[in-house]
Structure formats: structure tokens, C-alpha cells
Write a protein that binds this ligand. Sequence first.
Ligand code: NDP
Length: 256
Amino acid sequence: MHALFRPDAFAGQRVLVTGGSRGIGRAIALAFARLGAEVAFCYRSDQGAAEALLREAAAEGLRVQGYQADVADPAAVQRLVAEVQGALGPIDVLVNNAGFFPSATVLEMTAAEWDAVLRTNLYAVFYCSQAVLPGMIAAGGGAIINIASVAGQRGSARHAHYAAAKGGVLAFTRSLAREAIAYNIRVNAVSPGRIATELLINEENAQEYARWMADTPARRLGTVDEVADAVLFLASPASAYIVGETIAVNGGLLMD
Ligand code: NDP
């Protein structure tokens, strides 16, 4: 895993991963820490998962810190970034990963559900990016990587709120990239297809699994490490001339 990188590829880098206690964010946090970075992650409510990650990281001798913070709340984001920068110093890499994926048709959806999905999946990307930018500008550069979704590229029945948010993340990525490159800050996105995490593999989605396998050209779900690898690439000097781009990690879903 991560064989493309030297073991100290991210030594001296400070990385903040939102929603890092489980799933894709957890893999991203561990991947950066295993390559020498100092990593802070936040989570919303599952303290047990956060503590499990901290135990695993400590057992490997990795430098990982966990913070409870709801990224849908702009005041909580301000506190989070201030705490992380107080503990680690300016953040070099921000990975906007926190997200959730409820199901409802547009006919069923309440305004409150729409609002909640947009807040965590889209507004938080703005809150967190804005909060880290002054530190990155003062430090002379940085990288912001936003986790979007194939739903934001092609839409998704029963997930219009989520797809709208993720489509917004892609447009925000390209827009902020145009502004931030003037400060040597590269902003890019990774757009996963179907990745095996609790977000997807749960009771609500159980009837969808067979269809997902059938219409994914790779005929399998992706792994969290396959998404993490794309994030590492976008945070590394190997992608120094890649700005405002989206890397799809989706087993070929958008080929046709
Ligand atoms: P998981 O449900 O496995 O993990 C979600 C993580 O985000 C948890 O750590 C959770 O913390 C945290 N989180 C959720 N909401 C908030 C919030 N408001 N504030 C702070 N933390 C929050 O999700 P995945 O790992 O599958 O998804 C990660 C990202 O990848 C998301 O943006 C998702 O939309 C995207 N994605 C995932 C795909 C998939 O197939 N899995 C496909 C395409 C995109 P806690 O447990 O404490 O709530």
C-alpha cells in the first residue's frame, strides 16, 4: 500500500482530515500518518470510533490527534481549526471528507433534511476551507482536497440533496482553486464511486448491492485505501501542476 511514496514523504506536514474517525477519512488519516505527517481528524458523534483510531495510531507510533467537532456548525469549525493550529501549527493539508448519505425522493424529502445534507456535505467544505486559508497563505502554500462523489457528477435517484451538495463541492473546488493558486495553495477533488464503508453498506441500502456490482465496470466496490491513494497524490509534489481537477475513483462508472 502507498508504495509510490517514500516512508517520510509527508514528514513535517500538518494534515487535518474532517470525518476522519471512520471509513474513507480514517484511511486517509492513517495513510498520511504512516508517511510521517502529523494528523488531526474530527468526527461528529461516534467517540468510540475516534478512540479506536487513536489507539491503533498510538500502537503504531503514529502522530494522530482526534477532535469532536460538527463541521456543519461554522463556530465549531472556527474552534476546531484554532485548536488544531494551536496544537500542531499551521495546517499544510486540509481534506474535506466529512459527509453523510441519507435516502429520500424529492417528493418525500423535508426542507429540514435538505438543509442538514447541504450543511454537512457542502457548507462545511466552505467553512473549513475558509478557516484554514489564512494560515496556509501565511505559510506560503498548502493543499486542499475535497471528497466529492459520483452522485455529484451524474445525479442519483433518492439522493438529490446529496448529489446537489456534491455537485456544489465540485464547482466550489474549481472556483477556490482559481483564487487560491495565487497563494501557492492547490485545491482539487477526489470523486469516489461506490466504496465499501458504513455509509454505503447498511440496512437501508441492502437491496442495492447486486445492482451496484452489476453496473460498475470493475464489478466490485472500491476500497478506502484506493481513495486515500488519490488523496495522497493530490497532496504531494507529484501533482504540483494539477489545479482545480477532479480524480474519479469509481471502477469505471462514468466511462460511457
Ligand atoms: P462514513 O459514514 O463511513 O464516515 C463518515 C465520517 O464523517 C465519520 O467519521 C463521521 O463521524 C464524520 N461526519 C459525518 N458528519 C459529520 C459532521 N457534520 N461533522 C463532523 N464529522 C462528520 O462515510 P465514508 O467514509 O463512506 O464517506 C466519506 C466521504 O466520502 C463523504 O464525504 C462521502 O460523501 C464520500 N463518498 C463516499 C462514498 C462511499 O461509497 N462510501 C462514495 C462517494 C463519496 P461520526 O461517525 O462521529 O458521525
